[in-house]
Design a protein around this ligand. Structure first.
Ligand SMILES: NC(=O)c1ccc[n+]([C@@H]2O[C@H](COP(=O)([O-])OP(=O)(O)OC[C@H]3O[C@@H](n4cnc5c(N)ncnc54)[C@H](O)[C@@H]3O)[C@@H](O)[C@H]2O)c1
Length: 350
């Protein structure tokens, strides 16, 4: 079996590639445009693996995408390539529309053309897993959970572009019978995440004893999932997911942003004590425009139908993640020096 992974040089995509090749012995072709968020070093573990191939391809380029399908003849696709940072979508939505909407349309069309030429046996097995986010559902109040039937109410340009792509993916199933499966997952954390989002940014600032900015009063709640658990869920969809269906993945680990940053501070204080407790570095800053209050996932369908469940606790996952960033300075130091230094993004009026 060979899987075409898009966005495999990014955070979740690289975890999926490593898992497929090293964990399951599955052949992978990874296509990635290599935007600022990509890091080919995340795939160092796959160097020399005969079943692994990489092609630098922009999913907005239909001819190139069709060329990859023709050259590698994959048995399935896991489509992760996207612009993924909400703050950047507020500052500059254009790349989000291009990659997340037009790029997904290209992927679906290229896959459909390819699928239509497959033998009936190979068509039976083919799957197109479209990877999306719980942010498409909008914000929850203090109670309740998102389930697969929750209606879409995206708040940011990022989540609106992902919602649009989900609708396209579903339409390609309904109209063209492309065997699409959609996953909507809560916030991921873990090793190899580009240091612009809450957890890796807080870890690096805390390592360097720099201020730890938290939006608003830090009361926004996210349901955190360790990235390898998400990768396992996506791979389980290839085996047991039903075409035309949606599956929510979540970590059952709701935390306020303030709790998350405090845990990172305490974890680092134990591993690498600083002159002052790192909690003293926390600074409340202007809130994100349109900031959703709370996301939380009911993942019972994935548990029931895929036998999937997150492993480990949030505390353990944070400990592993902090360890990883401490041990892998050479992975993140160049990005921190040259690509993103931690400046504030995503304010409508600076
Ligand atoms: N990070 C999360 O918490 C989270 C949660 C749920 C769902 N998701 C979804 O999972 C997917 C992966 O997220 P991530 O956090 O790994 O993102 P990421 O930003 O770390 O990686 C995205 C990758 O896509 C590539 N890419 C971007 N534009 C491209 C294009 N036009 N053509 C080819 N490649 C392109 C980038 O180079 C990068 O390697 C996204 O679809 C995202 O919406 C993310």
């Amino acid at each position: 079996m060979r899987v075409l992974v898009t966005g495999g040089a990014g955070f979740i995509g690289s975890a999926v590639c490593r898992r497929l090749v090293l964990g399951y012995g599955t052949a992978v072709v990874n296509i990635d445009k290599l935007t600022y968020a990509a890091n080919l070093r995340s795939l160092d573990a796959l160097a020399g693996e005969p079943g692994y191939a990489f092609e630098q391809v922009d999913i907005c380029d239909r001819a190139d995408v069709e060329g990859v399908f023709a050259k590698y003849e994959p048995d399935a696709t896991i489509h992760l390539a996207a612009e993924s940072h909400v703050d950047r979508s507020i500052t500059g939505p254009s790349a989000f529309i291009n990659t997340n909407v037009v790029g997904t349309y290209n992927m679906l069309e290229a896959a459909r053309k390819y699928y239509d030429r497959l033998t009936p046996e190979r068509r039976d097995r083919f799957r197109f897993v479209h990877v999306s986010t719980d942010e498409v559902y909008g914000s929850l109040g203090a109670a309740g959970l998102f389930c697969e039937e929750t209606s879409y109410r995206p708040s940011s340009p990022y989540s609106a572009s992902k919602a649009a792509s989900d609708h396209l993916a579903h339409a390609w199933f309904k109209t063209y019978e492309l065997p699409v499966i959609i996953s909507n997952c809560s916030n991921n954390y873990g090793p190899y995440q580009f240091p612009e989002k809450l957890i890796p940014l807080a870890i690096l600032n805390a390592i360097e004893c720099k201020p730890l900015p938290i939006y608003g009063r830090g009361r926004n709640v996210r349901d955190w999932l360790y990235v390898d658990d998400h990768a396992d869920g996506l791979i389980a969809l290839l085996r047991c997911g039903s075409p035309g269906e949606k599956y929510n993945f979540g970590g059952n680990s709701e935390r306020t942003n303030l709790e998350v940053v405090e845990l990172i501070c305490d974890t680092l204080d134990c591993m690498m004590p600083a002159p002052d407790e790192r909690r003293s570095l926390i600074r409340f800053v202007a809130d994100r425009p349109g900031h959703d209050l709370r996301y939380a996932i009911d993942a019972s369908k994935a548990r029931r139908e895929l036998g999937w469940a997150p492993k480990g606790t949030f505390e353990k996952g944070i400990e592993q993640t902090v360890h990883w960033y401490l041990d892998n300075r050479s992975w993140w130091a160049p990005s921190r020096a040259h690509v993103y230094k931690g400046e504030r993004l995503g304010l409508v009026r600076a």
